[in-house]
Design a protein around this ligand. Structure first.
Ligand SMILES: NC(=O)c1ccc[n+]([C@@H]2O[C@H](COP(=O)([O-])OP(=O)(O)OC[C@H]3O[C@@H](n4cnc5c(N)ncnc54)[C@H](OP(=O)(O)O)[C@@H]3O)[C@@H](O)[C@H]2O)c1
Length: 434
């Protein structure tokens, strides 16, 4: 069968990893497909400085992505630039020219994926995005095809490797957040501007995509309740361990009668659950189906080669479809059309809670806090205080029985003005359903 020519736009981390795999696995890919997947054109702003792997000899090397998209020999455009500006132009122009698209772009697909899929189906081409969430874990394929016969009840994920690395370093070494972040930046694990990772926004885009795949709803990322990990301290891990838990930045999506409950936030997880064992830069996704029950997926969430595998596998799938003809393309969101129900407000959910305080010690502290909790009809479960000599900066924890989030938020807001507090209380949900 005739070769399929691919145009790669973006030769950074993922583009570089993709080219390595296309070069080194070329003959295996040809054996699997029955034809060759050839890189016909490559584009990046600094293309003249790029050294390409042996065996990658594109007919066209350019700084202008339009040259790639307009090249009549290119049948698939692979967008590995990122962001929602020029990347959107590349994808839209490719679709308009009747060329299939493979992308790793979570931001773009979370924000405009449904609309782009409509354009792609109208143009009769394919749009694939396996690499956009949890790079090395083929979770799209699982939700789109592997378990699409089930009805998904809940999905949980650790979807940001940088924040998971930071949390597990704080946990293992008792080092403060700022120090671990600085070290991660020095080692190149965290960006100079770490906000997307540590404030939860990167995980939020990924959860929006997975929620669409799992539940068939178009979720706007800004509608997802999001909290980052900046306030987590070594004390929190000491107290969490005392309670038989650990802390992870947990992405959570649950189907309820009121709609989807979606959040990205640090949460306490029981230490014996498999999710709590996800360490360092690894990612995991836990899916609960009505019939298939629990399934768990684990692997590298990012990195040139794990993400490159996802891109190359998408290229192979799309190329196979181009050569074999497949009239029934499967939407990258697993649902032909997505619903537009707004997520349910998380404040309505009932959970057990962990409240951590840092106080200047004086008599009557517990009584003051307990009276605010009683006022809001919240039942206190336990009070924990580990030995400490620092009476000016004394940490302790109160756990709460199942309580509505809005009541806990009201109580925490009331507590924040108490004169013995060194900072507002930290409230984390305790995830008991894993
Ligand atoms: N990094 C990961 O592990 C990972 C994992 C999963 C998904 N992703 C996603 O993969 C995509 C790429 O990420 P990355 O980490 O590979 O980014 P990156 O290292 O910054 O690479 C981006 C590439 O795009 C090129 N580029 C930027 N603007 C361009 C323009 N106007 N015209 C042509 N080329 C342009 C850059 O060119 P120059 O090099 O010449 O400047 C560079 O080669 C993003 O959507 C990201 O979210 C990344």
């Amino acid at each position: 069968m005739r070769d399929v020519n691919v145009g790669i736009v973006g030769v950074g981390n993922v583009g570089g990893g993709t080219l390595d795999i296309l070069a080194e696995n070329a003959s295996q890919i040809a054996d699997k497909l029955g034809f060759r997947l050839k890189v016909g054109a490559i584009c990046s702003r600094s293309i003249d400085e790029k050294k390409l792997p042996a065996g990658i000899e594109p007919g066209r090397r350019t700084r202008d992505w339009r040259d790639v998209v307009a090249d009549p020999s290119i049948e698939i455009v692979c967008e590995l630039v990122g962001g929602t500006g020029v990347a959107a132009e590349i994808v839209e122009t490719a679709i308009a020219q009747g060329k299939s698209v493979v992308t790793a772009n979570k931001e773009l697909m979370a924000l405009r994926g449904a609309e782009l899929w409509e354009k792609a189906t109208a143009a009769g081409i394919n749009l694939a995005m396996e690499a956009s969430v949890a790079g090395g874990i083929p979770i799209h394929a699982v939700l789109r095809e592997g378990i699409s016969g089930d009805r998904i009840e809940a999905l949980f994920g650790i979807l940001n490797g940088t924040s998971n690395y930071i949390l597990t370093e704080i946990e293992k070494h008792g080092t403060a957040f700022e120090e671990v972040l600085a070290e991660a930046q020095r080692l190149g694990y965290a960006e100079a501007d770490p906000s997307a990772d540590v404030d939860g926004f990167d995980a939020r885009s990924k959860l929006a995509i997975l929620a669409a795949l799992a539940f068939g709803e178009k979720v706007t990322p800004s509608d997802i309740y999001t909290e980052g990990i900046r306030r987590i301290t070594p004390f929190d891990f000491q107290y969490a361990h005392k309670l038989g838990h650990t802390i992870r930045l947990l992405c959570s999506a649950r189907r309820t009668a009121e709609g989807l409950l979606l959040s990205v936030r640090p949460a306490l997880l029981p230490q014996q659950t498999i999710m709590a064992g996800v360490q360092g830069a690894y990612n995991a996704v836990w899916v609960r189906g009505q019939y298939g029950a629990d399934t768990f997926y684990y692997g590298r969430g990012a990195g040139p080669h794990p993400t490159g595998v996802a891109v190359v596998s998408d290229l192979m799938r799309v190329a196979r479809e181009i050569r074999s003809g497949s009239p029934e393309r499967v939407s990258p969101f697993a649902h032909e059309t997505l619903g537009a129900r707004k997520p349910a407000p998380v404040a309505s959910q009932q959970r057990a809670w962990y409240l951590r305080f840092r106080v200047t010690d004086k008599p009557g502290i517990i009584a003051s806090l307990a009276s605010i909790l009683a006022e809001k009809k919240i039942s206190l479960d336990a009070v924990l205080q580990l030995p400490s000599d620092d009476k000016d900066n004394l940490p302790f924890v109160i756990t709460l029985e199942n309580s509505a989030e809005h009541a806990v938020r009201d109580a925490v807001a009331r507590m924040a003005s108490l004169d013995f507090l060194r900072e507002p209380p930290l409230a984390l949900p305790m995830e008991t359903s894993l």
